[in-house]
Design a protein around this ligand. Structure first.
Ligand SMILES: *Cc1c(COP(=O)(O)O)cnc(C)c1O
Length: 422
């Protein structure tokens, strides 16, 4: 069934998908097509009922088709799907987000994480009147041109385009540093007039890499010294590693923050925000232009509000995710140890990666050394055991509260999958 639809899909869509990682290129085979999902379970077109750890790439934290989120979307849809005028729920969402995320005083809604990071960079460049930005190798900030850059050769801090179609001139102002390496940041800050350092405060797009003690504090200090803004891309970590995101968990305040994924409860919306004096520069208060026909869309706002209200009111949620995660991490690390295969399990709150190969991953240099073959065997064995993992060794699996109902069977299935990958 899935394979027939996949054959139709590849004729009319690049790779048969609307986002590349879904094509299963990293693990081989073709992807199952999703039909529906509920709680921790996802049903495929082939009739399989899988325990899902893709969790919409981290956009879901409660579970699939959470009843009050679905009800909120239904209700909103009946009132109208888009107006082009401001609405009260947008204000409520902004009030809630600014109350939950420590450093956000004002915010603007956009439609994707990609837009959020591109807009934040525009604000930083406008405010500082400097062109340069610093990003970290292995961090992902969406697909806007300035971020599609790979490390150049040798010790060079300047990157090269990571995709055809990205003009060299567009990335000429993007400097690449190494995650968890403050010296590399210092080199970048010295190399050009830098407007902003943008970072995933817990890296998740090279697999989970926590910030080393002092790393985020060091970034804050270096930015203050150089006059660059510090941007936390919390599209993944926001409302995931703590209620107030990584900035709350680690106690470091960025100047600007990007949110996505959980903030819109599994619908297409994202946010950038931060210090009031910076956000007042955005149109129409200020001269920095940024706009969106569907920005603050009623359906997305309803889903975000329903999700965040639940998150705000349920004080036990993050403790639950932490203990679910700690158990799973312990069991998988134990299994890895038992089969005698080198590797490690890295986790922050409800995001986690099993790395086959490196004994610790501190930056992309370590992550690049993973055993991709073994990961593919692990992935395939997990799928056979009824567990859907993100189909790439460089991704995080995401816990949802709904996983508590299937914790034992999911853990056993993944332990067995690690043994099968031995
Ligand atoms: C997912 C993600 C993005 C991109 O968000 P989209 O909504 O896919 O454009 C940006 N930054 C981080 C850290 C992400 O995890």
């Amino acid at each position: 069934m899935s394979t027939e639809w996949y054959e139709r899909a590849v004729r009319v869509m690049p790779g048969g998908v609307n986002s590349p990682v879904r094509a299963f290129n990293a693990v081989g085979g073709s992807p199952p097509f999703a039909v529906s999902a509920s709680g921790p379970h996802l049903r495929t077109m082939d009739g399989d009922d899988l325990i899902d750890f893709i969790s919409s790439w981290g956009a879901l934290i409660l579970g699939h088709a959470e009843p009050n989120v679905v009800a909120a979307i239904e209700e909103a849809a009946r009132r109208g799907t888009s107006f082009g005028l401001p609405t009260a729920p947008e204000v409520e969402l902004a009030e809630l987000v600014t109350s939950m995320v420590p450093s956000i005083e004002m915010m603007r809604m956009v439609n994707s994480g990609t837009e959020a990071t591109a807009s934040a960079i525009r604000v930083a460049r406008a405010v500082t009147a400097r062109p340069g930005i610093v990003k970290f190798e292995g961090c992902y900030h969406g697909h806007a041109d300035p971020f599609l850059v790979k490390a150049g050769s040798g010790a060079a801090t300047l990157g090269e385009p990571d995709s055809p179609g990205v003009p060299a001139a567009t990335v000429a102002d993007t400097y690449i540093a190494r995650f968890n390496d403050l010296e590399s940041v210092q080199r970048c800050l010295a190399a050009g007039p830098i407007s902003a350092v943008i970072v995933e405060p817990v890296a998740g797009n090279m697999g989970v890499v926590p910030p080393a003690p002092g790393f985020l504090e060091g970034l804050r200090r270096l930015c203050d010294q150089s006059g660059a803004l510090l941007i936390f891309d919390e599209v993944m970590t926001g409302f995931r590693v703590a209620r107030g995101g990584a900035q709350e968990r680690y106690g470091v305040a960025p100047d600007l923050t990007c949110l996505g994924k959980i903030v819109s409860g599994g619908t297409p919306a994202a946010v950038y925000g931060g210090r009031e004096d910076l956000m007042r520069r955005v149109a129409p208060d200020g001269p920095v232009y940024q706009a969106g026909t569907l920005a603050g869309n009623p359906l997305a706002v309803a889903a975000g509000l329903a999700t965040l209200r639940h998150v705000a009111e349920n004080s036990a949620l993050y403790d639950e995710l932490e203990s679910l995660g700690a158990t799973l991490e312990g069991e998988l690390a134990g299994a890895l140890n038992d089969i005698g295969v080198p590797g490690c399990v890295q986790r922050v709150g409800g995001m986690m990666t099993v790395f086959f190969g490196p004994s610790e991953v501190r930056s992309w240099d370590d992550a690049a050394g993973v055993d991709r073959e073994r990961f593919s065997r692990f992935f395939a064995a997990a799928l056979k055991n009824g567990v859907l993992l993100p189909p790439s060794p460089f991704e995080a699996l995401f816990l949802m509260r709904a996983h508590r109902d299937v914790a034992t069977e999911a853990t056993q299935a993944l332990v067995n999958a690690i043994e099968a990958a031995a």
